[in-house]
Design a protein around this ligand. Sequence first.
Ligand code: HEC
Length: 151
Amino acid sequence: MKYITIISLTLSILINNVLGQEEDIIKYRKNIMKAVGNHISIIAANLKGKVDINSDILPHSNALYLSLAAIDIDKTFPEGTSNTSGLKTKSLPIIWSDKKAFRESMKVSTEKAKALVIAAEGGNRQDIGKALGALGKTCGNCHNKFREKKN
Ligand code: HEC
């Protein structure tokens, strides 16, 4: 009896640790996505003239690019963290079943983010707007395929 209690206690600690780690990584990747989304909002606010702090466009374009480029897909989207795991995530199982397409989608988005940096360095607002629009499409393309739809 005592052993069973010890074993089940150990098991539950182990399970909690694993689940805890999964919850942490899900929060972590959402934070990366939110950060990326916030950089876009900051750039867009300037382009739309809601604020006039245009000196922020280049640094936030850089931050956005670096944040996307740095994503380590295997570590950020580990096995067992899809929306079928019961955890609070919108990541669809197809991320893991079609990892190649997911990687490719991230690569395309990263390239568009790089193009945004180049446009921001050039300083032409129209070019920046176009580059931001093109980048936004790549975010949407990935979300359409790999993220659970909002209701
Ligand atoms: C290669 C795929 C991919 C690309 C590219 C991508 N995302 Fe995401 N994004 C995801 C996935 C998957 C989720 C769901 C994460 C989860 O719930 O585990 C997500 C979630 C989000 C969220 C919600 C975070 C939350 O709090 O739940 C935001 C905001 C977001 N992405 C913004 C962006 C923006 C902006 C871009 C483009 C600059 C972008 N994403 C590019 C895959 C991608």
